[in-house]
Design a protein around this ligand. Structure first.
Ligand code: NIG
Ligand code: FE
Length: 416
């Protein structure tokens, strides 16, 4: 039996008992902790933890965490890390005043990424996505959802999902695959979009289900992309193949995406930069998780979702990166935490709960990940020497992570 003891932890944060639930309203501000603590890991799982006074003496491996905070690793429930190339030309266009919507309407944006992906091999996509995955593990991510959606044809969507499947086979962290064939309307179907939707429903979905290539289905339900009616049709088709929904909604306009997601029992509705009281009320009556993506607001210079108002209304929120080449070329969760605190007015405790415990819920892996709980996997972050928890989002430019562990194994260790 392989055991690891992490001792002399300055502060062990994110402790939950077994009966934990999705954290909402005031509960989101409680991040239970033990100061001067230890953790004992056995066979990749959290066997025990407690105060140093009760620390066991022996283990196969001992990590001295003097001066460090230990946290559950981030559960990033919304990313697009399989893509062929970056889009910094569009970034410069936007600096000069062209909007994200204008770039998309002129064949750039998602369509630009799809063109490049069609000409990139599965092996090349696997290599570059692996690098991104290793990069985000160094930023503390220990569980991730990855979407397709830069394929927009049968062959290319399947190619993307196969890359995600390979990542699942190679890496130990939990990975969820989300089929986002309905990300944009391909140029060739511009004037007969129903033909493309028919391909999604009658060609892509049966193949994906047959080959178990996806865990969820997604639609970009927004102004200039998919309508509420189309979203409803696609989500219902996905449900017939056993795929639950996690969708893009209300990024560019108050699209009705939140309501159609809730109506289709979506696990989560993501973005929500453009929501009002009706959407907040609808979410309160549902089990759908509102997932907010502050790094996207930062990069596109668009409004931030009203996180403070949502939490003060008793809602639970989840935070995620949205790492993708167009709207969020970064999967750096520590920076996202600073944005959530500074721009959305979350406390550090709320922001950390939203990207750990609630992130695990948004991928339906909360029984095994997302908190310091006996029996869960030891997916952990060990920080460098820091003065307090609030120092992490406060000192936004520095790298605070010393180690990331996945199932008790070190997957990243900082040079100093
Ligand atoms: O979540 N909003 C839709 N999809 C991505 C961005 C896609 C792109 O621009 O490449 C997002 O922001
Ligand atoms: Fe996204």
């Amino acid at each position: 039996m392989a055991s690891t003891l992490i001792k002399n932890i300055k502060s062990l944060c994110g402790i939950q008992d077994k009966s934990h639930s999705f954290l909402k309203g005031e509960a989101l501000s409680v991040l239970n902790q033990i100061d001067e603590a230890y953790i004992l890991i056995e066979n990749g799982r959290l066997e025990d933890f407690g105060s140093m006074a009760e620390c066991p003496e022996r283990a196969d491996e001992i990590i001295d965490a003097t001066g460090s905070i230990v946290l559950p690793s981030w559960c990033d429930s919304h990313t697009h890390i399989v893509f062929a190339s970056s889009r910094e030309k569009e970034f410069v266009q936007r600096i000069k005043g062209v909007s994200y919507e204008e770039i998309a309407a002129s064949g750039g944006g998602i369509l630009n990424s799809a063109k490049k992906l069609a000409n990139t091999s599965e092996d090349e996509l696997f290599e570059s996505a692996s690098k991104r995955l290793e990069e985000v593990m160094a930023f503390g991510t220990g569980a991730i959802e990855i979407k397709s959606g830069y394929g927009l044809s049968f062959e290319s969507e399947i190619k993307m999902l196969r890359v995600i499947q390979r990542l699942k086979n190679v890496y130990d962290l939990p990975i969820k695959a989300n089929f986002l064939g309905a990300h944009a309307i391909p140029t060739i179907y511009k004037d007969n979009r129903e033909v493309y939707i028919d391909i999604i429903i009658n060609k892509m979905l049966p193949y994906i289900a047959d080959h178990q290539l996806a865990d969820y289905i997604d639609v970009f339900c927004d102004t200039g992309f998919y309508t509420v009616e189309e979203t409803d049709q696609i989500l219902k088709a996905g449900a017939k193949f056993g795929l639950k929904a996690k969708i893009h909604a209300n990024e560019l306009g108050n699209s009705g995406g939140v309501q159609v997601g809730i109506k289709n029992n979506a696990v989560s509705v993501d973005h929500l930069e453009q929501i009002g009281d009706n959407e907040i009320e609808a979410l309160k009556k549902s089990n759908t998780i509102p997932t907010l993506l502050p790094s996207c607001s930062f990069f596109l210079n668009i409004p931030y979702a009203p996180a403070r108002k949502m939490i003060d209304n008793g809602l639970g929120i989840c935070l995620a990166s949205d790492y993708n080449p167009g709207s969020t070329p970064s999967g750096k969760i520590p920076f996202l935490l600073s944005l959530a605190c500074i721009k959305m007015k979350l406390t550090p405790e709320e922001a950390i709960n939203a990207i750990t415990m609630n992130g695990a819920y948004a991928m339906e892996i909360e029984d095994d990940y997302g908190s310091i709980t006996r029996g869960k996997y030891a997916n952990l972050i060990i920080t460098k020497n820091v003065s307090s928890l609030a120092y992490l989002p406060y000192a936004f430019g520095s790298d605070h992570i010393s180690r990331t562990l996945v199932k008790g194994k070190t997957v990243f260790q900082a040079a100093n």
